[in-house]
Design a protein around this ligand. Structure first.
Ligand code: FMN
Ligand code: SF4
Length: 796
């Protein structure tokens, strides 16, 4: 370029000199014109080629970057684009940032991502945004990339010519949000529908404990969580074994922000957790229940405690099972399952787990959830078979296996507790115990209420159950939460003859121990070694034992009468039961709400089951001598005689045995809510019975008050069928019963009745003559307030 100018100047200078020295004008002009023509031509060529190049650049902007304005190199200055006032910390507004790579950002812009300009940035700081700039301007003004803009729907704004103002490749919202399959599954499998953060959740710390280890650990977790001041609400401690209806927490959840922490021990023997696990599994397989009810939780965490030294193979296996089912029910695990060996490291490990749990709750970082495909599957048919084993559980088939346990194994805490309470455990699910009335009758100091009401001789009565497990958790039960609960039989089975032989042996060995007790009547002691009656009640639900009919037949073969008490929760078993000397159904409350409160039944359809049982008494089992047993609990079930009358009208039992509940000790730790205030006085019981009988008579139902055992707060209402020639016949002629049974013919309750003795009639107290009353010294005030009959308490 410089050479050209030099040549031009030189030529003009030569031409001028020639003219000045007198040369010819025409020659000088020709030289100048020739030079000009040649020089301009080459200039036009160059301009043309430059223009072509520029057009090429525009069409392939991805390959070659356009020229940028002169830049300050990030320092700013008058010659820089930053002089427009678009200054930014860390780099000039032309985009020459020390941190950002402008070339890459420009690429992003071209590929469709929206970038924020300094002016858009200003919007966020409160200034008004200017109208959209062209891409070229944007490129020049880029200061930072806001990738969140990439997920926004792009403007439909049109340019002046009606075309899109910014024709470019769009990343649409749909295509951005449609994640790859695996990612999508992760989101789905998180499942929870709760929007609450972990810190704003209501934490529930659940535990189940037989020996106190899990309870102590749960309290430690609770204390640690309570110290977490950021937690919105104080955590709540709940004993799972006390929860009346597990579904209240594991099908429904108590609030929208519930977070569950479960402290779970493991037992290779039967324990309350078995029922909990069974319920979770049943709920998962119950098509009537929401498939994933626990997705309503914010999340859950499980701390397993166990003993890795003694049970290395089964260490914390039940905690893992609980985790397995809660996850399957839609719960999301927010923290790994803890496994603590109580023998070696209990305190510190529990504390460590609790501390780490608190850290997790404090942390807002999203949690990655990984579950099995099965869990997220929305297809009903995809529910895993009950015996299917999780991939993660391979090598630990116990997790979802259907291992049959013993109901009360010899090494179980339940066994220890029951034997401490005086039970002889027979086999693995039956129990026998000498009741206090048997002992009392041996000493001639009084018999039980069944003596005055029905002629049972207490010293010849064996109290037995073939099932220590029950399907209810009645508030007045004296089991103190010791016994297993279940809706159906799920244990190893003992043969009926084995149970009977060993039960008799156990009973007799206890009787034998009485031989040195002062006051034992020799004659009664001798007879006691030939049991005549068997009360199939004690604790548990005898009708759950699958061979109950066979067992009763064996009793009868030995001339032992049978008194079977069932809880009105197993209609099928009740319908199929064979001949019984006397068949009881417990009616613990007259309405559905009260029954739930009193019996705390495991079955959801407990009320329908009870009604079905009443119908069975009035149909298939109407050939039996039937009894409704009412246990009165003040404040629970004494208010509505009319509702009781409805039930009597439905079942039409032979007798209604009304008994005030007895106080079965402290409610501490066993979920029994009864106090002495709930135990009715004798007067309260008689008042109730009189009103009840009046209501039945008002309805035209033939019932009257027949007998009593005042000491036990027990009064008998009988069908007037049993009032023969004006005299009550509530007692049983046992010899006649066995005679009829041996005949093989059908027979009915009226066929083996005996006259009720005078002393047993209502109003006469029911204390058998020949027995000696023993008065207890220092009776409690409330006892003294009761009737004179009540005060004649015998010493057991
Ligand atoms: C009869 C019995 C069986 C047990 N079985 C297991 C077991 O299978 N796996 C395990 O990890 N721990 C087992 N243990 C240990 C208990 O889980 C541990 O003692 C725990 O602290 C019990 O909790 P608790 O005290 O709250 O009842 C067993 C303990 C007993 C007494
Ligand atoms: S009926 Fe019950 S209370 Fe009466 S003696 Fe037999 S076991 Fe004891």
């Amino acid at each position: 370029m410089a050479l050209n100018w030099l040549t031009a100047c030189g030529t003009l200078f030569c031409a001028g000199l020639y003219l000045w020295l007198g040369g010819r004008k025409s020659v000088a002009m020709a030289i100048v014109v020739f030079y000009g023509a040649v020089h301009l031509d080459s200039k036009i060529e160059r301009v043309k080629s430059t223009a072509d190049k520029f057009i090429e650049n525009e069409s392939s902007i991805d390959e070659e970057k356009p020229k940028k304005k002169k830049c300050c190199g990030g320092k700013g200055g008058s010659g820089c684009c930053s002089s427009k006032g678009n200054k930014k910390k860390g780099g000039c507004s032309c985009g020459h940032s020390k941190n950002a790579d402008i070339e890459d950002i420009a690429d992003s812009l071209e590929s469709g991502l929206v970038v924020s300009t300094s002016q858009e940035k200003d919007t966020s700081s409160g200034e008004k945004s200017t109208s959209r700039e062209t891409n070229a301007e944007k490129r020049d003004n880029i200061i930072a990339v806001d990738f969140t803009q990439a997920f926004k729907r792009l403007s439909k704004k049109k340019g002046k010519n009606g075309k899109d103002a910014r024709p470019r490749k769009h990343i649409t919202k749909a295509s951005v949000l449609k994640k790859p399959k695996e990612e999508d599954d992760l989101v789905k499998s998180a499942m929870t529908v709760s929007n609450e953060s972990l810190l704003s959740s209501q934490v529930y710390v659940f535990y189940s404990s037989l020996q106190g280890g899990a309870e102590r650990s749960a309290r430690k977790v609770l204390e640690t969580l309570s110290r977490l001041i950021e937690l919105k609400a104080p955590p709540i401690l709940l004993n799972m074994d006390d929860i009346t209806d597990i579904d209240d927490y594991f099908v429904s959840v108590p609030c929208e922000n519930a977070l569950y922490i479960l402290v779970v021990p493991s037992y290779d023997t039967d324990c309350p957790l078995d029922y909990f696990l069974q319920t979770l599994e049943e709920n998962f397989n119950d098509f009537r229940i929401d498939k994933f009810p626990l997705r309503k939780l914010v999340g859950y965490g499980i701390l397993g405690i166990g003993d890795s030294e003694t049970w290395p193979e089964k260490f914390c296996y039940q905690a893992k099972k609980v985790d397995h089912w809660i996850a399957r029910l839609g719960g999301r695990r927010i923290f790994p399952v803890g496994e603590v060996c109580m023998k070696t490291e209990a305190e510190s490990k529990v504390q460590e787990w609790a501390d780490l749990l608190c850290e997790t709750i404090k942390d807002d970082t999203p949690i990655l959830y990984e579950y099995d495909e099965e869990v997220t599957s929305s297809n009903e048919d995809d529910r895993p078979e009950e015996d299917m084993i999780d991939l993660e559980d391979i090598g630990n088939s116990d997790i979802s296996g259907n291992d049959t346990k013993q109901m009360v194994a010899k090494n179980s805490p339940t066994y220890k507790k029951l034997t401490k309470q005086g039970y002889t455990i027979v086999g693995s699910h039956s129990g026998v115990k000498i009741c206090r009335w048997t002992k009392s009758d041996l000493r001639g100091t009084g018999s039980c209420y069944k003596h005055s009401l029905f002629n049972i001789v207490s010293s010849r009565c064996m109290e037995l159950t073939p099932s220590l497990a029950c399907s209810s958790k009645c508030v007045f039960c004296w089991r103190h939460g010791t016994n297993p609960v279940s809706k159906n039989w799920r244990w190893e089975l003992d043969e009926p003859d084995y149970i009977l032989e060993n039960a008799l042996q156990g009973h007799y060995s206890k009787i034998k121990q009485m031989r040195g007790v002062p006051g034992v009547v020799m004659e009664r002691f001798a007879k006691a070694f030939k049991v005549r009656h068997c009360a199939l009640s004690l604790v548990g639900e005898p009708i759950m034992y699958p061979y109950i009919t066979k067992f009763i037949e064996l009793l009868h073969e030995k001339q032992i009468s049978s008194f079977l008490v069932c809880n009105a929760q197993h209609p099928d078993a009740l319908a199929s039961i064979g001949k019984v000397t006397q068949l009881y159904v417990s009616i613990d409350a007259p309405t559905k709400t009260e029954l739930k409160k009193v019996d705390r039944p495991l079955f959801k359809d407990f009320w329908e089951r009870m009604l079905q049982c009443l119908d069975i008494l009035n149909s298939e089992q109407s050939h039996q001598r039937t009894v409704f047993r009412l246990t009165l609990v003040k404040g629970f079930n004494m208010a509505d005689v009319s509702a009781y009358a409805d039930l009597v009208q439905r079942g039409l039992p032979s007798f209604i045995e009304v008994k005030g509940a007895t106080f079965s000790g402290s409610s501490d730790g066993n979920g029994n809510p009864l106090t002495m205030q709930n135990i009715p006085f004798y007067e309260e019981c008689t008042k109730f019975v009189k009103e009840f009988a009046a209501e039945l008579q008002r309805r035209g139902l033939g019932y009257g008050i027949a007998a009593e055992h005042a000491h036990s707060n027990c009064i008998l209402i009988a069908s007037t069928e049993f009032k023969i020639n004006g005299e009550w016949h509530t007692h049983i002629d046992f010899d006649k019963f066995f005679e009829l049974l041996a005949s093989g013919k059908q027979f009915y309750p009226m066929d083996y009745v005996a006259k009720t003795p005078e002393w047993a009639l209502f109003g006469n107290g029911g204390f058998a003559p020949g027995d000696t009353r023993v008065y207890r010294k220092g009776k409690k005030k409330r006892m003294m307030q009761s009737s004179e009959k009540e005060s004649n308490e015998t010493q057991a």
